[in-house]
Design a protein. Structure first.
Length: 327
């Protein structure tokens, strides 16, 4: 694959995408720092928005729908002599014990098992039972920062101080970071705090790499994001997207062109009609928005074709969950 400057692909010796060992430095270099930083929290607290802000580019999809992130996504940012390897995780699921949710929770547990630093993300001023469940998963001995996100939504800042005092009793946090993932100054400050916890060792990735996920994976995620954004709460979160064709060919004008065919999988005929929309207008809009964003992200011409299929009960079928790319 011709990797662009925006998207990097990592393949291990077995040919499995995105599974490269992260504990073997590329090379030992004096003065370098590198470490794994897990971003964890309940669904919809802004983990993916935070990852994108830290990397400086969109590599994890976002939407107002909870449980948008379904995979472990690594974002890489190299600044000076330090390389930050951020790991975005799905929100830990405490409802609906389906095969899909069990897969998502397994991904979360795997991500927090062997890292150098944890960013525990909560909404500033709030702490729910779902937050407590995620906090209980964190291992003793791993430094954890409390990321009090969405600070811009707190109208009375004086209420944050007593809230932080109660949070001190819940866990031995290394530091408290009230912030907004949308504020560039807050992101810069967070880098300075995280850097202190990175071990002195060689980098795991090349200086210009941004993610361990392939363009094909990102294409499926971008389509899924547009699907959720244009259907809102009407469509169950269990809908997913499968890439059937991802072909690259030269283009006289653009230099590079991608032909993508994708299937949107839903659980009921009524959901299929909802995705297609009146005279196919909603499906067309999903495709157009996805194409435009992919062209910008991958710096090439993109042709995309979308289909919708019904697969009843797939989210509770472990074999089908695995066949759709979930762990």
């Amino acid at each position: 694959m011709n990797a662009t400057k925006n998207v990097a692909k990592i393949v291990d010796s077995t040919g499995t995408e995105g599974q490269k060992s992260l504990k073997i430095p590329v090379e030992d270099a004096p003065g370098q720092r590198c470490g794994l930083v897990a971003i964890v929290g309940k669904p919809n607290v802004g983990k993916s928005t935070l990852l994108n802000a830290l990397v400086g580019q969109k590599i994890s999809i976002t939407s107002r729908k909870a449980q948008t992130t379904r995979h472990r996504i690594t974002g890489i940012c190299t600044r000076g002599a330090s390389q930050f390897v951020f790991v975005d995780t799905p929100g830990f699921q405490t409802h609906h014990n389906t095969a899909l949710n069990r897969s998502l929770n397994k991904t979360v547990l795997g991500a927090v098992g062997d890292v150098d630093l944890v960013l525990f993300v909560v909404e500033a001023g709030s702490f729910t039972l779902a937050d407590a469940k995620v906090l209980s998963l964190l291992k003793e001995g791993v430094p954890t920062l409390l990321i009090a996100n969405k600070l811009d939504n707190v109208h009375r800042r004086a209420e944050i101080a007593p809230w932080l005092q109660t949070m001190q009793t819940r866990h031995a946090f290394a530091e408290f970071v009230p912030m907004s993932a949308k504020n560039a100054k807050d992101i810069e400050r967070l880098f300075g705090i995280c850097e202190k916890f990175l071990p002195e060792q060689g980098w795991f990735y090349g200086e210009d790499e941004l993610t361990d996920r392939s363009e094909k994976f990102l294409a499926s995620e971008i389509v899924r994001e547009k699907l959720f954004r244009f259907t809102g709460d009407e469509l169950p979160y269990t809908s997913t997207v499968i890439i059937d064709k991802f072909d690259e060919e030269p283009s006289p004008k653009a230099g590079r062109m991608l032909r993508i065919a994708a299937t949107i999988v839903v659980e009921r005929d009524g959901h299929k009609a909802m995705v297609i929309g009146d005279k196919g207008e909603r499906l067309k809009r999903i495709g157009t928005e996805a194409r435009q964003e992919l062209e910008k992200l991958m710096d090439c011409k993109v042709f995309i074709e979308l289909w919708v299929k019904v697969r009843s009960g797939w989210a509770d079928d472990e074999a089908r969950v695995r066949s759709f790319g979930y762990e």
